[in-house]
Write a protein that binds this ligand. Structure first.
Ligand code: SAM
Length: 262
């Protein structure tokens, strides 16, 4: 694969680490990504075994089409560190990674993602406050937020005036998308418009939301996902966005590809 021709404004099907190895050092302005959270590796009867337990309607109950989301925790941590190393390597000195993750309670204790991100220069944690939620566990309050780690190279700066957004972002989750764990487009727009990045990488592109946000704001993107189904649908979604705009985006509703989740 040749950079940039085989990468820029393309959705590439494959393993994110293997594909990123073909991207030269210091060639990307920004990474925005949400990796699989490994939710099916759970100490509770939540998403653990596919029967559903208390979460029988949860979108991620079937995992992803080509990823089980159920690694032993130590293996998962090593994998995510290896992914972040590649993201960091391809980033310019003025670049940053917006790495979205979720904290949860395991065995009665918080599992934050410190073991993954502590190897990297985290400059800030942004709270993405979602709407609503559900919690049957009487031992802790209903979790309503996810985190976005802002991991930066030394010379990263926000776009003028973007620092006024603050570090708690209240943005409703995406409801009209058959991918089991999509970003809301508004979240991506907030991130991209907070930077002057020209080329944006998402190595876990899923339904293509980062690409839609990039196109909407006239930036370039590189998208990677392991699932053929998700890649096909992301490409279609980007095409629909180019034809019809954001309001009439076909969010998989006409697709005959069988997607996991909901
Ligand atoms: C949380 S989802 C990302 C959703 C995306 N942010 C969106 O807006 O639709 C994680 C994605 O990682 C993909 N994935 C899992 N393992 C992968 C791997 N080894 N390489 C590339 N993609 C992978 C899954 O197929 C899934 O689409």
């Amino acid at each position: 694969m040749n950079f940039p021709n085989d990468f820029v404004n393309k959705i590439i099907e494959g393993d994110s680490i293997k594909i990123m190895k073909n991207i030269p050092d210091c060639s990307v302005d920004l990474v925005i990504t949400s990796p699989p959270y490994n939710l099916k590796n759970s100490t509770g009867n939540g998403l653990k075994d596919g029967r559903g337990g208390k979460w029988s309607n949860a979108a991620l109950i079937n995992g992803y089409s080509d990823h089980s989301d159920n690694m032993p925790n130590d293996k998962y941590i090593k994998w995510q560190i290896a992914c972040l190393k590649e993201m960091f390597r391809v980033l310019k000195d003025t670049g940053a990674i917006f790495y979205n993750h979720k904290w949860r309670v395991q065995n009665g204790l918080i599992q934050d993602r410190h073991e993954i991100v502590s190897k990297f220069p985290v400059r800030q944690i942004i709270i993405w406050k979602r709407k609503g939620g559900i919690n049957f566990n009487p031992g802790y309050f209903l979790p309503t937020y996810e985190v976005i780690y802002l991991i930066t190279k030394p010379n990263f700066k926000l776009a003028p005036r973007a620092n006024a957004y603050g570090d708690v972002w209240e943005i409703a989750q995406e409801r009209n998308n058959s991918h089991p764990a999509p970003f809301p487009v508004k979240l991506i727009e907030r991130i991209i418009s907070s930077t002057t990045a020209k080329l944006i990488l998402d190595p876990f592109m899923g339904s293509g939301t980062t690409a839609i946000g990039a196109k909407k704001l006239n930036r370039d993107f590189i998208g990677i996902d392991i699932s053929n189904d998700y890649c096909v649908n992301a490409r279609k979604r980007i095409e629909d966005f180019s034809k019809y705009g954001i309001e009439n985006l076909n969010l998989f509703q006409d697709s005959n590809v069988s997607l996991c989740g909901k």
